[in-house]
Every structure is written in structure tokens, then in C-alpha cells.
Design a protein around this ligand. Structure first.
Ligand SMILES: Cc1cc2nc3c(=O)[nH]c(=O)nc-3n(C[C@H](O)[C@H](O)[C@H](O)COP(=O)(O)O)c2cc1C
Length: 308
């Protein structure tokens, strides 16, 4: 089975990536299996300076998934460049750097800092984190999303993927703004804003009060948004949200995603990403496809010429 795909000119050996924030910088997984089996790794959000993240409690159970309010804790750009990137570039997998900032300048400096570094295959701008104060700033107003993407675009020739928020009325409008700003691709979905209440303490469970819902519960929302973005914005989409099996991955591809990312599933099964690569190959065969690209094209008839 030919699993290779392209996302905005970026060649991937297979369409299965790991979703940002659920895989760290790959170190723990690398003790379990060879990361080179993955199509790519979307690393934990990288900010200009180290971020401490939110006060505990930072995760909670939810039906069909989990809530998190980690708050983008990360050791910052310099640490990423000195320690994490050299580790990841030992592997034959596409490293996608997830970038986050408090403001435009914060985003732009990280984009500038990772551009030109050996081993960085693409950039994912996270404009959709619901767990930090300014996390949704750029998603709530398409004009400011567009300005941010333009500013990032000026700094890099790398494929620029923008992670759009599901916590807005019209993700397609946001997707259009990102495209106009110069995005090469979109990724979706980030977590959905939610809350858990502790009846004993009579207050929210999470220290941040609210958190992001992820896992199987959000898959129908992810499929709907990926379908709309793929059909209406005209950019390649990396689909995610509740993917636990190869069947889930195929559903996202048939909704229009060129590639997919596995997030919360790794907390239950650390081997989920390589398992899903194998399961996806079997699912494609079972449904009569000869390649992953063919499945995507089957769902996107207008694009058939482009992939054949
Ligand atoms: C604990 C946790 C941390 C996350 N951190 C990030 C992050 O740093 N940057 C980002 O863009 N998304 C982050 N996400 C969102 C995931 O990348 C993904 O978009 C979302 O969880 C939906 O996929 P899933 O249901 O497979 O987890 C995080 C999700 C979780 C559960």
C-alpha cells in the first residue's frame, strides 16, 4: 500500500503525524519504537521564552475524552533548538514545529528562529489554544489572524500550517483569512473549550477553571470542520480530533484531510501512532484503495487531476 502523501509540498512517507502537545518532543515515544515509522511529529508548542504553564489541576476526565489546561508549558525556543531539535532530526520523519506566542512579535520570533534550521520540515502556527489568556486572540478576529499569518509568512519559506480554532462560529471564515495571509495549509481541530465541576469542592476541577476537550468525543466536530475547510477554503488540511484507529484516520481522509494527527489516543496507548499507520493501510485496502492519495482524491473529485 502506497501511504505517501504531500501536504503543501511537504512529502510525508505516510499521512499519520502526532498531534502537538500530546507527544512532547518525541523522547518518551522513542524509547518504545522507532519514530521513523511516523509520517511526522508535530511538536509541543514552542514559545520565544520558556512558559511555566497553568497552576494545577491541569487535566480532568470527561466522557469519551479528557479536559486539559496545561497552558502551553514549554522550555522555550533556545532549548528547543539546542536540545529537542537535534534529538528529533536523528529520525527520518517530518518535524513540524508548533509555534505559539503572546503577541505577533512572539510568534514571529519563533518562526524566524526555526526557519533555516536543519531538520525543520514545516511550521504550525497555533492560533487556537483555549487554555491561555491570549490563546484565542487571533482566532476570534479573522483580520488579526490574517495579519499574524502575513507576518509569519514574511519570515519563512517553510510550509506554513495554521491551526484554526473550533471555538468560533465560522471556522471557514477563519480559514479564508489564513489563506489570504499566506498559509499553505490548515490544521484542525484544536480542543473544544469545556469545564468539569467538583461537587465536593463546589467549584471547577481545573485550576484554570476551563480546559480543552479532546479525544473520541470531539471526532464528529473535527470531521465536520475538516470537511468544511477542505471543501471551502481550498488549502490542504491536516485533520485531527479523536483519532484512535486506522478507521478514524480513513474517515478524516475521506472528509478531505491530506494527513491526520493522533493526540489524546497516545495517553491510553503509547503505541497508537505506529499502530494507526498499520491499521490505515489495512483499511485502505479493505475499502478498495491502492494508496492514501487515492482515498483523498476519491473524496475530493475536483482534485483528482492534481494527484494522478
Ligand atoms: C494535553 C494536551 C496538550 C496539548 N497541547 C497543544 C499544544 O501545545 N499546541 C497545539 O497546537 N495543540 C495542543 N493540543 C491539541 C492537540 O494537538 C489536538 O489538536 C487536540 O487534542 C485534538 O486531537 P485529539 O482528540 O486526538 O487529542 C493539546 C492537547 C492535549 C490533550
Amino acid at each position: 500500500m502506497d501511504l505517501s502523501v504531500f501536504v503543501a509540498g511537504l512529502p510525508l512517507k505516510n499521512p499519520v503525524l502526532t498531534a502537538s502537545g500530546t507527544f512532547g518532543y518525541g523522547r518518551e515515544a522513542a524509547e518504545l519504537y522507532d519514530l521513523s515509522v511516523l509520517g511526522g511529529v508535530m511538536v509541543k508548542g514552542v514559545s520565544r521564552e520558556p512558559w511555566p504553564g497553568n497552576a494545577p489541576v491541569r487535566v480532568a476526565r470527561a466522557p469519551g475524552g479528557m479536559l486539559n489546561a496545561i497552558g502551553l508549558q514549554n522550555p522555550g525556543l533556545e532549548h528547543f533548538l539546542m536540545v529537542d531539535l537535534p534529538f528529533l532530526r536523528q529520525y527520518d520523519t517530518a518535524v513540524v514545529v508548533n509555534v505559539v506566542g503572546h503577541d505577533e512579535e512572539g510568534f514571529v520570533e519563533v518562526v524566524r528562529g526555526v526557519t533555516g534550521q536543519a531538520g525543520v520540515a514545516a511550521i504550525e502556527l497555533n492560533i487556537s489554544c483555549p487554555n491561555v489568556k491570549d490563546g484565542l486572540l487571533f482566532s476570534q478576529d479573522p483580520a488579526s489572524a490574517r495579519r499574524l499569518v502575513e507576518a509569519a509568512r514574511r519570515e519563512t519559506d517553510l510550509p506554513l500550517i495554521v491551526k484554526v480554532s473550533p471555538n468560533v462560529t465560522d471556522p471557514v471564515q477563519l480559514g479564508h483569512a489564513c489563506r489570504e495571509g499566506g498559509a499553505d495549509a490548515l490544521s484542525a481541530i484544536n480542543t473544544l473549550l469545556g469545564m468539569a465541576i467538583d461537587p465536593v469542592r463546589r467549584s471547577p476541577v481545573l485550576g484554570n477553571r476551563t480546559g480543552g476537550l479532546s479525544g473520541p468525543a470531539v471526532k464528529p466536530v473535527g470531521l465536520r470542520i475538516v470537511y468544511d475547510l477542505a471543501a471551502q477554503v481550498g488549502l490542504p488540511v491536516v485533520g485531527m480530533g479523536g483519532i484512535e484507529t486506522g478507521r478514524d484516520a480513513l474517515e478524516y481522509i475521506l472528509a478531505g484531510a491530506r494527513a491526520v494527527a493522533v493526540g489524546t489516543a497516545v495517553f491510553r496507548d503509547p503505541f497508537a501512532p505506529p499502530r494507526i499507520v498499520g491499521e490505515l493501510a489495512a483499511e485502505l485496502g479493505r475499502h478498495g484503495f491502492e494508496s492514501a492519495a487515492q482515498a483523498w482524491a476519491a473524496a475530493n473529485p475536483q482534485a483528482r487531476e492534481a494527484v494522478s
